[in-house]
Design a protein around this ligand. Structure first.
Ligand code: CDP
Length: 229
């Protein structure tokens, strides 16, 4: 039996997509690709170059021109991968609060999405990939062999993200993290182009009370049941 080759995992911030996606990809020996990195890279570069986030034309041009590379980790600092923007290592910079605050408006621009979606589709077409994001099952790989939508209560997602930030030694308050996450969820779910939502044929998993290992087990069972299309 051929198992699923193209796996789409979507869901809101801190629903477990990247942790689960990475572990499932490792179990299968597949490429793990986190599409959020690309939206974050464009946002980081806009801020870095002083391009106002409200300037849709300039931000879109940047998305079209920027060279974004995602490689195996090049530094042993618990990163999942290394992100290079025009050759500069921005792996941690793209996680900064300024990027968190500006990434959803940037991701709502149709031209930005078109530029990044085209690159993501090329990666997906090669198969043997676990791709995570907001619109993978709906827009980027609508014919994926398996679609999983991870969700969790916003208070639990904010707790997880707060713990991650504190573990990195950065300052944060739970309330700020919660507020920022609610704002991002609202923009991501209500935008006109490729809003965050579960594909009709996605398996929806609520991870609020599940352990990481528990979610990985469920997803691996689904992978083994899914046929390659
Ligand atoms: O890690 P976290 O879930 O907080 O965010 P992320 O996956 O890195 O995505 C950051 C932002 O990029 C999201 O809030 C979305 O606005 C946008 N995004 C998107 O629009 N489409 C995707 N496929 C992935 C991310």
């Amino acid at each position: 039996m051929t198992v699923a080759s193209r796996i789409a995992i979507d869901g809101p911030a801190a629903s477990g997509k990247s942790t689960i996606g990475k572990m499932v990809a490792e179990c299968l020996g597949y490429l793990y690709f986190d599409t959020g990195v690309m939206y974050r890279a464009v946002t980081w570069a806009s801020l870095e170059r002083g391009i106002p986030i409200s300037d849709e034309v300039a931000v879109t041009r940047l998305a079209q021109e920027l060279h974004i590379d995602v490689t195996r980790p090049t530094v042993a600092d618990r990163r999942q991968y290394t992100v290079l923007v025009d050759g500069v290592d921005v792996t941690w910079e793209i996680r900064r609060p300024e990027v968190d605050a500006a990434v959803s408006p940037v991701s709502a621009y149709p031209g930005v999405r078109a530029a990044l979606t085209a690159q993501q589709r090329r990666i997906g077409a090669a198969g043997r990939v676990v791709m995570v994001g907001r619109d993978i099952g709906t827009v980027v790989m609508p014919d994926a062999d398996l679609k999983v939508y991870l969700d969790a209560a916003v208070a639990e997602r904010a707790r997880r993200r707060y713990c991650e930030i504190i573990a990195r030694g950065e300052p944060a308050t739970y309330e700020d993290v919660l507020r920022g996450m609610e704002e991002r969820d609202a923009i991501d779910s209500s935008r006109a182009t490729a809003p965050l939502c579960a594909a009709p044929d996605a398996v929806v998993l609520d991870t609020t009370r599940l352990s990481i290992e528990g979610v990985v087990q469920v997803v691996m069972r689904l992978v083994n049941q899914a046929q390659e299309k």
